[in-house]
Write a protein that binds this ligand. Structure first.
Ligand code: FAD
Length: 388
């Protein structure tokens, strides 16, 4: 059996590895000419790490992961609001989470499957499901054919329009979540936060975070509430951040001072209402193409990893044909993935002041947080994952 996978992101590569492990022939097509992931790092929570373990990549992900032991919130003036161990997350879920540099995760997944086999520079322009095969056509005129096409083509998925058009009748729209995220990697600097902590400064519906990844580096990000589509030049990163955070605590200003503007990514944050049409015949959506989420609970990539393993199990264990197996994959995933999108949206609104009274209540709570509520939230995102 043969799968054509569109997209060599976290979802596409996890799927390529998972399907190869169950004996499928796999081809991966990626539009970019080389691996240049957007975004500095991601937190791979326990559910995502479990998928990596299941795919035989446990040691590799652990090597990339920062030693994240604790979490702290600080008020924008630098006062500590709360500081607590994250060990309960590991104990309650059975797996330590790992923040990792995105490019390193991506490279690790590509190496694990075989980077030399990935067809780079192949932009899919059309996809179609026929009775006995599915195919994807590319800008250069080539056509790839398989028993199934897995569209792991990301948040702006082209395949999504094809898969949903008979049911929805119009392209599904993404929704601006109201803020823009600036992110990069910096050397760990304990003036900003302890090396083993995820430290977040909050106030005014904004936040600034640092969390450790391997190699003595912090993944750092700044959330700025602003309209979408503002003009921006990369060289202005420090000016923009100073405009928004210049009156915050000294460690935040110090952090901005350390940034290399050319290395700061700027991402306008969008998500999409959950929808349940993920499959059309032999074509299935996977990852952000099926569930585009805000990053506020750090679960988009983990959810794509979950999709990969559920898809492989569905194809391996069902015998009524691949179309039936794809439907069962979707049935197993739609509810959980949609729930994570909505949980992230809720968290996003609270963090970014969608309703100032609600955000103020959250700030008030954090001054006497002992970790219990925050950990219950994190664990709540992880439980219900397909690997237990
Ligand atoms: P993508 O990573 O977008 O990959 C899609 C691939 O398909 C791309 O390589 C693209 O070039 C290719 N492609 C697209 N169209 C075509 C085409 N027509 N032809 C060929 N190739 C095509 N998730 C977490 O789990 N934890 C986090 O901490 C976290 N933090 C985040 C922070 C930010 C600021 C953002 C924006 C996201 C974050 N996420 C996080 C979410 C995570 O990045 C995504 O959910 C994840 O990358 C989705 O993987 P994917 O493979 O589905 O899509």
């Amino acid at each position: 059996m043969k799968a054509v996978i569109i997209g060599a992101g976290i979802g596409g590569m996890s799927t390529a590895i998972a399907l190869t492990r169950i004996g499928w022939e796999v081809e991966v097509y990626e539009q970019v000419v080389e691996n240049k992931p957007v975004g500095a790092a991601i937190s791979v929570w326990s559910n995502g790490v479990k998928v990596m373990n299941y795919l035989g990549l446990g040691e590799q992900i652990a090597e990339l992961g920062g030693r994240l032991e604790a979490m702290a919130y600080r008020w924008m003036d630098g006062r500590t609001m709360c500081d607590f161990s994250l060990e309960p997350v590991t104990l309650q879920t059975g797996q330590r989470p790992y923040p990792v540099a995105r490019a390193e995760l991506q490279a690790m997944l590509m190496r694990a499957w075989g980077v030399e086999k990935i067809r780079f520079g192949m932009r899919m322009v059309d996809v179609v499901s026929e009775d006995d095969h599915a195919s994807a056509s590319f800008e250069n005129g080539e056509v790839a054919t398989g028993d199934i096409v897995i569209a792991a083509d990301g948040a702006r998925s082209l395949a999504r329009d094809y898969v949903t058009e008979l049911v929805v009748g119009r392209p599904l729209e993404r929704r601006y979540a109201g803020y823009t995220n600036f992110n990069t990697l910096v050397d760990i600097d304990e003036a900003v936060g302890p090396a083993d902590h995820w430290t977040t400064y909050i106030g005014e519906g904004k936040r600034v975070s640092v969390m450790p990844v391997a190699g003595n580096r912090f993944y750092t990000f700044f959330d700025v509430v602003q309209p979408a589509g503002l003009p921006y030049e990369r060289s202005r990163a420090k000016d923009v951040l100073t405009e928004h955070f210049g009156h915050w605590a000294e460690p935040v200003r110090h952090l901005i001072g350390q940034l290399d503007p050319q290395m700061v990514n700027r991402v306008e944050i969008f998500d999409m209402d959950p929808f349940d049409t993920w499959v059309r015949g032999r074509v299935a959506l996977l990852g952000d193409s099926a569930h585009n989420t805000t990053p506020d609970i750090g679960q988009g990539g983990c959810s794509a990893m979950e999709d990969a393993v559920v898809l492989a199990i569905a194809l391996q264990t069902n015998t009524l044909g691949v179309q039936d197996a794809l439907q069962r994959y979707a049935q197993a995933r739609v509810e959980r993935a949609g729930e994570l999108v909505l949980r992230a949206r809720k968290r996003c609104d609270v963090t970014h002041g969608a309703d100032p009274a609600v955000t103020q209540a959250w700030y008030d709570e954090l001054w006497d947080e002992d970790g219990t509520r925050v950990i219950a939230g994190i664990v709540g995102n992880i439980v219900g994952n397909p690997l237990g």
